[in-house]
Write a new protein. Structure first.
Lengths: 86, 435, 435, 435, 86, 86
């Protein structure tokens, strides 16, 4: 039994690790191919920006110099607003 | 007066056994680690609390109706249950419990009906376990939410970091050999399924570990989940010494090229490519990686923001609460207070250490070939433990060179490690089932 | 033409009976009270709507597949069901319905399969009831959410207010005696389980009342839930006269010391202390108080904000919707339009009144001993009915002394009342089950 | 070596059949249409993804435990299953699968237990289907959410637009005749239940279509859901030519009177009136319209904002995710790659076209009688497809007269169409069940 | 069989469409009656405004002229606030 | 039967109310002990403030004097921002 168990463990290790390596290697190849194909044949017209739903983060960084005091006031306002909504 | 005697007999103190008491202390310890030390609190707070509740003596919260009937039922109940299992009417409760644990689905259903007829009901946490883990759904839903929170950008910018995520999974398989070795040497008694479930701790990925052990070794699930989450929280202690030992100062200060921008389309197509590859090659990994890819596609496709938001918030939080409590139900004294748990804790930390080492070594090995060198410190992030391991890479890098920000570079192997351990999980489930 | 006749025969008007019609009016009344009068709308809107839906004649939304098969099935269906119950094939539908209600789990499962084979399916609200209440889960999840919304600060600052919460629970037990008395005198026919379930109305706590009656007296659940929530809404009418009658003006104008600040650590440790005490002494209260403490720990521990937020919002709201509809399913004419309901409504208001009085009297009694006097007006808050009862204490206090803000002081007994009624619920379930 | 052979044998490529491969392409096409073309992405992203997952060869994600046992089990498993179905032990797997599909509830339960005993488990998406659609709950919960998002204001301001919503439902019934005709002429083989389920595509309402087909024709559910959502997305292409063909320029430029303001009370009472009418006349439509009215009442009553918010967000989103994946499970090659699907796609577009035409014609017909004329362009909005069809009315109106804003006017028939198709669904389920 | 099927389809069409028309006609009548009754016997004192929970949308439109720059700053602040809360 | 029922009710009342009183008395003792122990051996260094996750409410109250007009503008901006995100 213990002999078989070690055999089973070895099998699991060799074929398991092998599968992981093979699969991820294929994934690397597929990914490289995909990126190449997309950037070659379907390039995005615009420079790769964040997508619409999150575009606000762009303005966030551009406006990162919003002064701290203003931010505190706005936060307070938001909290008040929320508190009232409840 | 009888009433007071009965209430006292029923009270916890009277029924408390040494093991149960210890498990309540274990639950309190988990809460302490989670709240005070910040050990993965999102899971360990529910797990710790579930552990205490599951071990409340006399409450039977983690027991099925039939288990409770066996546990506290009178002679008549036991006789009826004995009939279900086809044994003599005076079979002892302990014997019936053993029969119950190895019963067929038909017998279980019949025993359940008998217990219902005598007024017993499934315990609350037992119900949570059946619905959340027994069905396999909760870990998958959490994986979907994790997918919806994952940004594959850094990985797509530098796909060869996938190899780091692959290498770090050697921790899983080396640990299997360790468990098998312990078993073969007679120190412990792990089956091959147990060994595989213990190995998955090395995947450093909570839902994957719970999913695999719920299938391969449900009895060890509690200890495995606790070990997995605890060591994920201990990554900042476990990894740095190994990383420093395996790298030279000149390697650690190595700066990496800035990552190229990744287009939105690449991010949308990647989860589909991954799913198709899984479909073609590795159907056994389909549930885990399928839900992961689905979550990620919802995030990236940009047209189902509201589904993605729910997957990342209400849904994953709800599932986490019940998953955590359910895991607690597997922290019963009878299964946790066993030398196996020591083995699991020991093997778990070894798994993390080997995974870390292999990730670093793979990076050094790859540097023999590739043009754009890889800082070996990001190899350790291949164990997953997102995002802790990537932060550790960054921190150790900054120690060597205060200008060397590795965080984004380490996110690549970090998410690769999630894919890698899900692949390993699929392979193991499929191979062990056939053994 | 046959089709029109059949549609007409099937239509509600044709099938409507007097009782069903009355129950639809009751549902409309509940909606009116909830929307226009503000009676606990979060529960009474779903309950009222569920009541109407459950009583739509011919829709069978609150019936199981087997009940529908019995209700509308032809001779062949009835014969097959009769076989399941082991009676003659020509047994009447009414007789089969009685057998169904007292059937064993095995018979129920068999009857369900027969009904499925004939194409019947469980009604929508019946499904909600089974999943939400039959499993016991919904009241517990709501209790978790309530725990996550509860601030134990005022209670911790003045722990002796726990006695007020204890005293007010006498309303529960006095009501049991009332129900038993009505039964013994032959006016009504309540079993001891019925009496205990009715008594819990005096706990002034919705989920506790639903939880207890789902276990002890499912048939009365509808009336009990409606009574509990209605009287909670009526607290501002029921309590003040009693409070004024039992206190002097000088007592009412008494100012209390400002509460000491309570540290974050105390708030974190308190739910754990409570859980441990439950575990040691009162396992039967473990489901309710366990989930309550769990919710509160998530709130206070500060490291699982996202779980706490979900427990307080998406999760409790979702559960409330289905719980409410499910309670509505127990507002069927056959069980609600019964003299028992009158008894329940009568006993319920008595329970609230006695609870209020005992809370006030306990405060006066405690003032004989303690140094920091307690304004007896906060005693009434011990019935729970959070936060309505505390607001009533505050309002009556302000009437007597416009500078006397009692709200924070009354929050202590208010949450103590929640703990108190959960304890009472646990004791009752355990004692009644053994009777 | 054996291991590699086994892994290869188990891998998708090896097991892939032509049909499975095609269905994966169909899933990718659905994802493309949803993400790139904006075809109802909230549903078609999960449906497309579920389609791919359900068709991963060897993973069995859309199969029950028993189906998997039949599919991959050895001789011993098959023999045990054959015993359950009462056939010879050497019955072929194909034969057993047929027996399984027509098995009674008792046989299904027994087969399930056998499969469990041999270690098979229900596939993930099969579980989703059973919980979400098999129970009938998910479409109803979505309908509740839709109700909570619906503003009946425009309808209440101009109730006669309900007639437009009624007329457009003729698309449903004409399509039934079409399906019956195809069947009678021997081109296809639709039962009357199939025909009714196909007709409901003309209702242009996703959850209604899924609800009806889950009851009447579960095998066609996948194709019907895909057709319904696809044509809803194509409404801007399908409707305008029909609308222009049936109206003159002078009709299209007709301006409508501004809608009167609708009081809050009307909005609160309307869902109750609708529910009572359903209760009195059409119990078979009670599940759909009941939940719809309940959602709307929560929205309008103003006292349960938090329940309404959850119904509109976390709850409907969660349900949508699982409903979509579950629908995908009905996109198996064996049922989708069938000439019936072509018939469904063909009949579906006809249903939309006829519904559109009847809505427009009804508006013109009503203009013969009513004082305040109706612009016939809003008649097409009666098919529902909220809010797309109303926008189309507006757009075509603006083309004819750039000052003519019809959007609010078209919202009346638009929501009327939702009520209309739910009524039609109830009538059909009731009539077909009795046929 | 096919004869019966056509018969069944016709039945379904006639009685189904009939039911839809009858039901919605009754709904029109009930709605008109309800609106009339409510507006006559229970008129709302105040003019029919949006209900409390949503009154903020009113102020939103009234302040729609908030200049774009200010809005960008505020959005940025909100994003920062949210990002920090995570 | 009715005799027994009354007996059962009395039992329930006496032992039930007794348990509630005993349990809550023990809870009072445990709570007092806990608070004493914590405040003595593990006092919080900082004065007991609100915890981190909600500290914004502190700034909210400190900035409560944010003038109403500003708040209205901000609320409007938030609404616009949300509306656009949808
Ligand atoms: Na990993
Ligand atoms: Na109470
Ligand atoms: Na429609």
């Amino acid at each position: 039994m213990s002999d078989t168990l070690i055999q089973q463990g070895t099998d699991l290790m060799l074929f398991g690790m092998g599968s992981v390596l093979v699969f991820l290697t294929l994934l690397v190849i597929a990914t490289v191919f995909m990126s190449g194909a997309l950037n070659r044949w379907f390039p995005e017209a615009e420079p790769p920006v964040e997508r619409k739903g999150r575009s606000s983060s762009a303005s966030a960084s551009s406006a990162a110099q919003v002064d701290k005091k203003k931010l505190a006031i706005i936060k307070a306002a938001i909290e008040q607003h929320r508190a009232r909504r409840r | 007066m009888d009433n007071f005697i009965r209430l006292w007999q029923e009270s916890g103190i009277n029924q408390m056994e040494w093991g149960t008491f210890t498990m309540i202390l274990v639950g309190l310890l988990l809460l302490f680690l989670a709240i005070r030390k910040g050990f993965e609190p999102l899971l360990l707070v529910p797990i710790g609390f579930g552990c205490i509740m599951a071990n409340i003596p006399g409450a039977g919260l983690a027991m099925s109706a039939a288990q409770q009937a066996i546990d506290v039922g009178g002679a008549k109940v036991l006789a009826d249950l004995a009939e279900v299992f086809g044994v003599a009417a005076n079979t002892s409760a302990d014997e019936l419990l053993k029969l119950y644990k190895s019963a067929s689905a038909t017998e279980l259903a019949a025993a359940h009906k008998v217990a219902l007829d005598y007024g017993y009901a499934n315990g609350m946490i037992y119900t949570f376990y059946q619905v959340a883990i027994g069905s396999g759904v909760a870990p998958l839903v959490i994986f979907m939410g994790v997918g919806a929170m994952t940004d594959f950008g850094p990985l797509l910018a530098n796909p060869k970091t996938l190899f780091l995520g692959a290498a770090a999974q050697f921790g899983i398989f080396a640990t299997i050999m360790g468990a098998v070795g312990l078993s073969a040497s007679g120190l412990m008694d792990f089956s091959i399924a147990d060994a595989a479930a213990i190995g998955i701790i090395g995947g450093a990925d909570g839902p994957t570990a719970i999913y695999v052990s719920s299938i391969l070794a449900p009895d060890l699930l509690g200890a495995i989940a606790v070990a997995a989450y605890s060591y994920m929280a201990l990554v900042p202690l476990i990894q740095p010494p190994i990383m420093r030992a395996l790298t030279s100062h000149s390697e650690r200060i190595m700066k990496m090229e800035q990552l190229r921008p990744v287009s939105r389309r690449e991010k949308i197509v990647f989860p589909i490519v991954l799913l198709v590859l899984v479909a073609l090659l590795l159907p056994s990994a389909a549930p885990l990686l399928g839900m992961f890819c689905f979550g990620n596609l919802m995030r990236e496709c940009g047209v189902v923001e509201r589904l993605s938001d729910t997957a990342q918030n209400a849904l994953i939080n709800t599932t986490t609460i019940f998953l955590g409590l359910a895991v607690g139900s597997k922290l019963a004294a009878s299964s946790f207070l066993d030398s196996k748990t020591l083995g699991i804790l020991l093997l778990g930390v070894i798994a993390f250490a080997i995974g870390t080492a292999m990730g670093v070594l793979m990076a050094k090995f790859m540097n023999l070939f590739v043009r754009h060198k890889i800082n070996p410190l990001i190899g350790s992030a291949g164990v997953s433990a997102v995002p802790m391991a990537a932060r550790v890479s960054n921190k150790v890098g900054l120690e060597a060179n205060p200008q060397n920000y590795l965080l984004m570079h380490a996110m690549g192997p970090n998410v690769a490690g999630v894919i890698g351990s899900a692949v390993a999980a699929g392979v193991m489930i499929s191979m062990v089932s056939a053994m």
